[in-house]
Design a protein around this ligand. Structure first.
Ligand code: G6P
Length: 367
């Protein structure tokens, strides 16, 4: 066991910084530029079988579930297969209908989360086709599944998942491209997404260079008792993950909300004491998103906007956190990185045990 924090104050910090290398490892040997696809031999899946799936259902707990939400959006968009994610902890208790033409995907860093493992066992009992997106090689979930994609993030010690979560996003992208290219994703779009995946490590590196500024923003955020994280469509799981991280390690209350739903719900809670972290990618919803920012600014809510270069926030008073733009479908992977650093520095600022937050375990292997 020679995995050490190596000069980092915390494992979480080390694991955040390791992400460019971790992404490299996940991509290595899996990209095929000639056929604009991804090779995933571990899936053990015949193309004839893969063409028949009519649905994809993704199961995981905690951050793995949020990664599953991102994965579902990616697969639906790129492979044009209806896809959704559900917490494995819920799925296992509701006697779900197991369909023969559904591809089930279990997601887990540890491969030992009991709720996810039991969900997989129940699926297998009823003849469901399950593949795993798992980090720990040879773990229980990896062994139960019919095949899968190893995340190759390397060991992760901090309870708050960072590099494993990022690689879950990458592995879902590989799966989406793989399925898409044997169904109806064009070679041009396959090539575009593969080039986007190859840009990820350097783009993540660029976000990490902004750490000092993110730390100073985190100091301001950590003073608030309660915060909102908002995003829509593929930005929503990003917001959920960001809020979850902050709650887990800084013990500040944070609620993730769909930007589109704010006006149908908690807008009245916005005040100078309640900051909002808004995810505003450079996509076709940018105008609608800036509309929501105006609503927040009008109620004097402090605004921090995770966005891309060139996005015009108009006259809204907001602190921008700009990250490099990738292909729209892959943007969520990069947009998540600054939120890790915000949570990390908020926790550190408040003097909490960053790597071992109270009441949480790295993997919950019991009922
Ligand atoms: C626990 C951890 C979470 C993690 C979840 C799933 O609840 O505290 O951080 O996301 O388990 O873990 P897994 O190993 O299955 O990804």
């Amino acid at each position: 066991d020679d995995y050490q924090a190596d000069g980092h104050e915390h494992f979480m910090h080390k694991e955040i910084v390791e992400q460019p290398e971790a992404v490299h490892r996940c991509l290595r040997g899996r990209l095929d530029e000639r056929f604009a696809t991804a090779h995933l031999g571990g899936l053990n899946m015949d193309p004839r079988e893969a063409r028949e799936f009519r649905r994809v259902k993704i199961l995981g707990c905690g951050s793995a579930y949020y990664a599953g939400q991102l994965g579902a959006q990616f697969i639906e968009e790129v492979a044009r297969i209806p896809a959704d994610a559900e917490p494995a902890s819920e799925f296992r208790y509701r006697n779900p209908v197991i369909e023969k033409d559904t591809l089930y995907v279990a997601v887990s860093q540890s491969g030992e989360t009991f709720d996810t493992l039991v969900a997989v066992q129940e699926l297998k009992r009823k003849g469901g086709r399950v593949v795993g997106l798992v980090n720990v090689v040879g773990s229980s979930i990896a062994r139960e599944c019919d095949g899968g994609i190893y995340l190759h993030a390397g060991p992760e010690v901090a309870v708050a998942s960072t590099k494993a979560l990022t690689n879950m996003g990458v592995a879902f992208a590989l799966l989406g491209i793989h399925l898409g290219r044997i169904r109806d994703l064009s070679p041009a779009d396959g090539a575009r997404l593969i080039a986007g995946l190859q840009r990820l490590p350097e783009q993540i590196e660029a976000v990490l260079k902004d750490e000092e500024r993110l730390a100073s923003i985190a100091r301001r955020l950590s003073a608030a008792e309660s915060l909102f994280y908002i995003g829509r469509t593929r930005g929503y799981p990003v917001a959920r993950e960001g809020a979850q991280k902050l709650k887990e390690i800084s013990y500040r209350h944070a609620e993730a909300y769909q930007t589109s739903e704010l006006k149908h719900g908690p807008l009245a809670l916005i005040s100078p004491d309640v900051p909002t972290v808004a995810i505003v990618p450079d996509d076709d919803l940018v105008e609608r998103n800036t509309g929501a920012l105006h609503e927040i600014a009008a109620r004097s809510g402090p605004l921090y906007v995770v966005t891309h270069p060139g996005v015009e926030l108009g006259d809204v008073s907001a602190e921008p956190i700009t990250v490099p733009k990738n292909e729209t479908e892959l943007d969520p992977i990069v947009l998540t990185i600054p939120l890790q650093l915000l949570a990390y520095h908020a926790s550190r600022e408040l003097g909490h045990d960053v790597d071992k937050p109270r009441n949480l375990a790295k993997s919950v292997t019991v009922e």
